[in-house]
Design a protein around this ligand. Structure first.
Ligand code: SAH
Ligand code: SF4
Ligand code: F3S
Length: 454
């Protein structure tokens, strides 16, 4: 069977899609381009209205394609699947499988069955009490010339979220927090390292509360970090996402302790006004956030901090908004994802009034983004002339004038393009690169050192 996966949403979805692809390949299925696929797998996101709408328009577009032959079908997984459930079967007859976050592990088996039994439909929407281990389907050293060997990999350390920030649908669609067993996490990290992976990103909605749920085994996130950082072959370790309220001093200290823990942290601030933070249910205030930033920078002065910001939360005043801008200037984030607040079904904020008018929110978002663009530009500009160790991932998405070029990331997570280099000999290796130019969101450089594996 030829299948095509379309992924929306966060890194957790990206990771689920990667695993599912490999699990299907292990069953003899073949990943293909959209126009050749018989089965479509949509892994969906419902965190905001826009990605949810994209799922429906994508299914509408595929319906024409799928309608032509009965053995072609679609599967919808992830957060919109969990939210909308079996209604997908009625709205889009070509959909024959819906699976939520806890159904991913059993999706390969269900897909195989559906391919053999036309007319069947399956839904995997139940939340499970524990983190269910998935079959092992690790990225392998590639022998196909059109594919890159894996360099970076995600590793799940938990599922779900218990925070119920008032704007957020994630706890409803991803379920309660369930920590994965430390032995399973470590076994996966070691196996990945053996397969050539050099960079690992530990994943969870709130990694700082790892181990603090019913499935915890007494190991804290800081202790888990120590163990993963101890794997020799892993030259770069990252983790996401962190919640400021749970970032423990031991995790802050880890940035000073482990050479292979990258100097990069995504620490969502969401808003700069204490009143708004309170209504968002974030359980920290400006002062707590500032003090974390101070501690983090004391532990690791070159730490690149990135963040998420929401504008136009219900009742947000111009004063509140100015406090967000003020904090952005004070912290100087290396980068920020920013969003206009939107109501999500079932959340507490959806019932909060008054809502901020659309044009006011749009104006705030554009002012905020303009400010951040300036900060990012200044930050990237400071890198010109420096030499950084780049771990190469593949070809440049925006090739240089001569057409070629390799792309990688430096330890701070910045994208570095190196025009004129053939990616083939560089993927999976690190090399010293001198930064020549700062683009809007990336850097451009020239290799000055020989590529090495470590
Ligand atoms: N677990 C992560 C992020 C989850 S969602 C965390 O706690 O930070 C990613 C981002 O989407 C959030 O950080 C938030 O900025 C944004 N977001 C979530 N719900 C939203 C909503 N209803 N409207 C606008 N942005 C939202
Ligand atoms: Fe959503 Fe808050 Fe959980 Fe993040 S911590 S997923 S924003 S509820
Ligand atoms: Fe989206 Fe679900 Fe991730 S709502 S952000 S795909 S957890």
């Amino acid at each position: 069977m030829k299948f095509h996966v379309i992924t929306f949403g966060c890194q957790m979805n990206a990771h689920d899609s990667q695993w599912l692809t490999r699990a299907m390949e292990q069953r003899g299925w073949e990943e293909s381009a959209e126009d050749q696929a018989q089965v479509f797998i949509l892994n969906t996101c419902s965190v905001r209205e826009k990605p949810e709408q994209k799922v429906y328009s994508c299914l509408g577009r595929l319906a024409r394609h799928l309608g032509r032959s009965p053995e072609r079908f679609a599967a919808v997984g992830g957060c919109v699947a969990q939210q909308v459930g079996r209604e997908f079967f009625e709205r889009f007859p070509a959909v024959r499988l819906v699976f939520g976050a806890d159904g991913v592990a059993r999706a390969p088996e269900a897909l195989t069955r559906l391919a053999q039994e036309p007319g069947t439909r399956i839904s995997l929407l139940d939340f499970l009490p524990t983190y269910e281990e998935r079959e092992v389907a690790l990225p392998q050293v590639e022998t196909r010339p059109d594919r890159a060997s894996p360099v970076s990999a995600f590793v799940n350390i938990m599922q779900g979220c218990d925070n119920f920030c008032t704007y957020c649908i994630v706890p409803f669609v991803r379920g309660r927090q369930k920590s994965r067993a430390p032995a399973d996490i470590l076994a996966e990290c070691r196996a990945l390292a053996e397969n050539g992976v050099r960079e690992i990103t530990l994943l969870g909605q709130n990694v700082n509360s790892y181990g603090l749920d019913d499935c915890g085994q007494g190991l804290s996130f800081a202790q888990l970090l120590d163990q993963v950082a101890g794997i020799q072959e892993i030259s770069r370790l990252r983790f996401t996402t962190s919640h400021p309220k749970d970032l423990a001093p031991e995790v802050v200290a880890a940035f000073a302790r482990h050479e292979n823990l990258c100097p990069q942290l995504h620490l969502p601030l969401q808003a700069g006004s204490d009143a708004v933070l309170k209504r968002m249910g974030r359980r920290y205030d400006r002062e707590r956030y500032f003090s974390l930033v101070r501690d983090l920078r004391a532990a690791r002065p070159d730490l690149a901090l990135t963040t998420d910001l929401i504008v136009g939360f219900p009742s947000e005043t111009e004063e509140d908004f100015l406090q967000t801008l003020e904090m952005m200037e004070a912290v100087r984030f290396a980068g920020a994802f920013s969003f206009k607040y939107c109501d999500r079904p079932g959340t507490a904020a959806a019932r909060m009034d008054p809502k901020v008018p659309e044009e006011v929110a749009a104006d705030r978002l554009s002012r905020l983004q303009k400010l951040q663009d300036g900060i990012t530009e200044g930050y990237l500009g400071e890198q010109v002339g420096r030499e950084v160790l780049v771990l190469f991932e593949g070809g440049s998405r925006k090739p240089g004038e001569d057409g070629g070029g390799a792309m990688g990331r430096d330890p701070w997570g910045r994208v570095v393009n190196v025009p004129g280099e053939d990616p083939a000999g560089l993927i999976g290796r690190q090399a010293l690169v001198r930064i020549l130019e700062a683009k809007k969101h990336s850097l451009l450089g020239k290799r000055v050192g020989a590529p090495c594996w470590k």
